[in-house]
Design a protein around this ligand. Structure first.
Ligand code: UD1
Length: 370
């Protein structure tokens, strides 16, 4: 499908680390069809290793607009993005705004668009953890309730939206766009020398933790670390540490304890290509991330999710993911089981095929032409 080049641009919003690999394939698809677009980075994540390295690895153009919002409380961060983004919308009068995921920038930009009567499309719509203590759950519910185009990654997303009374005509099951980035970068990533650079000499577990519910609570954080201590011995661990996690580990006096776990390698946050390379070669992933639950399912790598719930149930019903919660004994027994080669196997969910960005752009253009 083609659209006239005299159309107003589509604004693509990114803000935090998990947004970049979702927008990259959409922007490439728009560019390949000659559709004018503007890449706007709110600056919610600003460290080079949380942001710039992703632009380099994903071969994304530099953002056209950078808001430089930075860190702050939820209200501060959301409000600052809203104030700045409103000015951008007034200046550029976009034909549409595209937001992805569930971070504060997603919420802020969808709210501004809705109030200005600009069509807003939400990529990764319909996911629900049913846990309103999770800030992302509030962001998901509000964003979905005000966006006109809801692009879901899996059938459960459609079911959640329908049960909330959303009109079927707004919902489009397009699949998982993050898998487009994963599949198109996997061959290059697999050929990287990560094992030697990270000095890995045997089977290893890739660990990531950053959820406030896990790392901002000393006893929960300590239990998770104790569980990792218990499964250590015959394996190594690679732990690219999120800035929040590092800060809290230092505050709680846990950092040196983590460092001294046998086989543990704490590293700064990894770039995209290094990270998917590390993931694809790992024996097991231990995480509280949303995206990793999906990427491990796509790669067939067993994943233990250290959370009580997930907004991505298809990774459990069809994929390689297991919810182990924060119970130390459960993490230990599932961890040991997986390390003995009895990790969960799975299948690839529908439309996690690397072609989601093309389906997304078809829907966006249909909607703009209406
Ligand atoms: C945010 C998202 C979360 C996502 C995660 C991925 C929200 C509500 N949360 O959480 O959904 O899974 O990103 O990383 O939007 N910091 C830095 N450098 C940076 C960014 C952050 O040092 O580039 C530090 C700051 O001290 C900041 C803390 O990390 O206070 C947390 O950052 P913030 O953006 O508030 O939330 P995340 O935990 O990263």
């Amino acid at each position: 499908m083609r659209c006239g080049n005299n159309m107003n641009p589509i604004i693509l919003v990114v803000g935090a680390r998990p947004n970049f690999m979702k927008i990259a394939p959409i922007q490439k698809e728009l560019d390949s069809r000659g559709i004018p677009n503007i890449l706007l980075h709110t600056g919610q994540h600003y460290d080079d290793n949380m942001s710039k390295v992703f632009f380099d690895d994903l071969k994304m153009k530099k953002p056209d607009i950078y808001l430089g919002i930075g860190s702050g409380s939820h209200a501060t961060q959301t409000a600052k993005v809203m104030v700045e983004f409103e000015q951008v919308c007034l200046e550029y009068n976009p034909s549409m705004v595209v937001v992805v995921g569930d971070v504060n920038s997603t919420l802020a930009c969808s709210l501004v668009s809705a109030k200005l009567n600009i069509k807003c499309a939400h990529v990764e719509a319909g996911l629900r953890s049913f846990d309103r203590e999770m800030p992302e759950e509030i962001n998901r519910i509000v964003t979905d309730s005000i966006c006109e185009i809801l692009l879901t990654p899996s059938d459960d997303g459609d079911e959640n939206l329908l049960s909330e009374g959303v009109d079927q005509s707004k919902i489009h099951m397009v699949g998982n766009v993050m898998i487009d980035s994963l599949l198109s970068n996997l061959d290059v990533a697999k050929n990287l020398d990560v094992l030697s650079r990270y000095e890995i000499s045997k089977d290893y577990v890739l660990v990531t933790l950053h959820r406030p519910s896990n790392v901002d609570d000393k006893s929960v954080f300590t239990d998770i670390i104790s569980a990792i201590e218990e499964i250590s011995g015959d394996v190594e661990f690679v732990f690219p540490m999120h800035p929040r996690t590092k800060k809290m580990a230092e505050n709680f006096g846990l950092y040196s304890r983590i460092e001294s776990i046998p086989g543990m390698k704490i590293t700064p946050p990894a770039g995209y290509l290094d990270f998917i390379s590390l993931m694809s070669k790992s024996k097991l992933v231990l995480t509280d991330s949303g995206g990793l639950q999906e990427e491990t399912t796509a790669l067939g790598i067993p994943c233990l999710t250290i959370r009580e719930n997930t907004e991505r149930p298809v990774t459990i019903t069809q994929g390689t993911n297991q919810l182990v919660g924060t119970d130390k004994d459960k993490i230990i027994s599932a961890g040991l089981e997986a390390l003995q080669g009895n990790g969960k196997s799975g299948i690839i969910p529908k439309y996690w095929d690397g072609k989601t960005s093309s389906r997304i752009v078809d829907v966006l253009l249909q909607s703009i032409e209406q």
